[in-house]
Design a protein around this ligand. Structure first.
Ligand code: PMP
Length: 359
């Protein structure tokens, strides 16, 4: 019996994908070797990689004026690569501090150049977001940076600012492929794949090609996006296993209605839990209603003691990963694309029953 997997990442994958991987791991399509034993310069990997990138583009509707590829190093490496490339002498980078992940990105950028923090959610404990209509880039802005979904705080931008000629850069690690995205609004979108797309290892990069002309000169090889653009991420050995699994997850997404299908699933699943939070005085959501994440639902119980009890009893029911991140406490249910609807129903029912017994 599979567990009900509410982990924030690495996280649940479609069971069909796990089965395909297990069927094909020893002998990939009758070639007599595994995908993870083959050279990344060989036809077998490159053919699969090209299909993966084509599917990625197709599902998100990405046009030819954008590069798409995968790198290693996690989403965290991008906190450095972005300012190293684009935060040039005499420019300033505009950052929104909206929680753990954008705060980390901001602090890395501050070590590398001039940063203007145009929004800091410190005063509301990172439970709300700025009004997009009011966001205006600095006069000499190199880029505007935000994190589309704060995985730990459970807040998600529902729309994005219009930054004119200034490139908008977004970390979409935890909500990519959960809703349609107007890629044209962005100079760059990136994220780790280990939530909605596959096992940890690969980081996806979507970058408008003209961004390359804005970058610093004389960068070391791996830091330079131009080099990765030329080699579509194959300058060095790519995270082969992760990319292969991403390709299978993309096929699963396509089969299940594409991004629109995932959007509908996210709405249905998150509504089940938010409706419990909204109709209860036992459970409480700390997040501004306008920006509640559909991927990571953060909630509190009346006491820490009850929270501990909830976690331990839910584990006995086969529900894993409901403990909130250590930095914020409380509970968090991550409802990524691959999490079955029935598992969310089970959580909803458990919440209602737990409330009855303990209030
Ligand atoms: N950004 C977001 C929104 C995240 O959720 C995470 C990881 N949970 C990261 C960045 C960092 O990703 P990685 O561990 O791949 O470096």
């Amino acid at each position: 019996m599979r567990k009900k997997n509410f982990f924030a990442g690495p996280s649940v994958l479609p069971v069909e994908v796990l089965e395909r991987l297990s069927e094909e791991i020893v002998d990939y399509h009758g070639q007599g070797l595994s995908m993870i034993e083959a050279s990344h310069r060989g036809g077998m990997f490159e053919e699969m990689y090209d299909e993966c990138l084509a599917l990625f583009r197709e599902l998100l509707g990405i046009t030819d004026d954008y590069d798409v590829y995968f790198l290693g190093g996690g989403a965290t490496l991008q906190f450095t690569m972005i300012p190293v490339n684009f935060l040039r002498e005499g420019t300033v980078a505009d950052y929104a501090k909206t929680g753990t992940w954008s705060n980390k990105a901001t602090s890395d950028a501050q070590k590398l150049g001039k940063v203007n923090v145009f929004y800091d959610g410190k005063d509301n404990n990172y439970t709300s977001l700025p009004d997009v209509e009011k966001i205006v880039p600095s006069a000499n802005s190199a880029y505007v940076y935000l994190c589309a979904n704060e995985t730990i705080g459970g807040i998600e931008w529902k729309s994005f600012p219009d930054t004119g000629d200034v490139p908008l850069i977004a970390d979409m690690s935890s909500d990519i492929f959960s809703r349609p995205v107007d890629v044209k609004k962005f100079g760059m979108i990136y994220g780790g794949v280990q939530k909605n797309l596959g096992p940890a290892g690969a980081t996806f990069i979507i970058m408008r090609k003209d961004m390359l002309s804005r970058r610093n000169e004389n960068l070391t090889a791996y830091m330079d996006y131009a080099l990765h653009s030329k080699d579509k991420g194959l300058y060095n050995t790519p995270p082969v296993f992760s990319i292969w699994a991403v390709k299978l997850v993309l096929e699963w997404i396509k089969k299940n209605g594409g991004v629109e299908g995932m959007d509908k699933r996210a709405e249905e699943k998150s509504s089940l839990i938010y409706s419990v939070l909204d109709s209860s005085s036992f459970y409480r959501s700390p997040v501004d209603k306008r920006y509640r994440s559909r991927m990571n639902i953060v909630f509190r119980l009346p006491s820490e003691e009850l929270e501990k009890k909830f976690i331990s009893e839910s584990q006995k029911e086969g529900m894993l990963g409901l403990k909130g991140h250590r930095s914020v406490g409380g509970l968090r249910a991550s409802l990524y694309n691959a999490l079955p609807y029935e598992d969310v129903v089970a959580l909803r029912d458990f919440m209602l029953e737990f409330e009855k017994r303990n209030s």
